[in-house]
Design a protein around this ligand. Structure first.
Ligand code: KIV
Length: 266
């Protein structure tokens, strides 16, 4: 199977096939996600919360994102790899955005980047796209705006804010984004945006009518304990499995059961 490209995203939308996306941040999990046939892996700045143990995504640096994207790239054969521009890697200037987005493609093996925002980053999207960097935009709940939004809150619930999000979606598309993440918005609004846009929408907490879905891997496999967002689904509890295995190892070492002859050299 060939590497997934933005053309496959467009084809899937045209044919009504859902696009599947998950996060990954390291080699072993990127291998598993890729082997499962997921279309795209986003190396998200959610790494700050689910891997680095931070309160939010704001402290994550560009160099950390490059590090994680590099090791994900080494593992992946087919999935499209998308690097997530972290807080303050693009807000100050369009130049910053292009330079940092370029690093994802040049140094880390990504084939696209994601940027939070719609209208306020339209120029960034335009210039990155012109520089041959495919861009995924992200509207609705944008976690880098947590302080302005006053927390992780569902967006677009009033008529006025819904209208604004529809406008933002069109602005992102017109600026050249190849795809758009819709996070934590009512499903009816996501449906309308999905129907109006020609680029695929990827939902996270935006209901079933988006062209694709994305979740944070650690929510899906039960490795993030602090909270499970209402929109996420835990398909397995790896934390419990790992805890059981490690406790058994501890017990076996303490009782002299491990290592046995089988694990020893003669
Ligand atoms: O940071 C992240 O992981 C994300 C995805 C969930 C879209 O923004």
């Amino acid at each position: 199977m060939a590497k997934i490209t933005i053309n496959d995203f467009f084809k899937k939308k045209a044919e009504g096939q859902k696009i599947t996306m998950l996060t990954a941040y390291d080699y072993p999990f990127a291998r598993i996600v890729d082997e499962a046939g997921i279309d795209a892996i986003i190396v998200g700045d959610s790494v700050g919360m689910v891997v680095q143990g931070l309160e939010n995504t704001l402290p994550v640096t560009m160099d950390e994102m490059i590090y994680h994207t590099k090791i994900v790239s080494r593992a992946v054969k087919n999935a499209m790899i998308i690097g997530d521009l972290p807080f303050m890697s693009y807000q100050v200037s369009v130049e910053d955005a292009v330079r940092n987005a370029g690093r994802f493609l040049k140094e880390a093996g990504a084939s696209a980047v994601k940027i939070e925002g719609g209208a306020e980053v339209a120029e960034h999207i335009r210039v990155m796209t012109k520089s041959d960097i495919p861009v995924m935009a992200h509207i609705g709940l944008t976690p880098q705006s947590i302080h302005r939004m006053g927390g992780y809150k569902v967006q677009g619930k009033t008529e006025e804010s819904a209208k604004r999000l529809i406008e933002e979606a069109h602005i992102a598309e017109d600026a050249g984004a190849f795809s758009l993440i819709l996070e934590a918005i009512p499903m009816g609004l996501a449906k309308r945006i999905t129907e109006e846009l020609s680029i695929p929408t990827i939902g996270i907490g935006a209901g079933p009518y988006c062209d694709g879905q994305v979740l944070v891997l650690h929510d899906v496999i039960g490795l993030f304990e602090r909270f499970l967002p209402k929109f996420a689904k835990r398909y397995v509890n790896l934390k419990d499995e790992a805890l059981r295995a490690i406790k058994t190892y501890k017990e076996e070492v303490e009782k002299g059961i491990f290592p046995s002859e089988e694990q020893s050299f003669k």
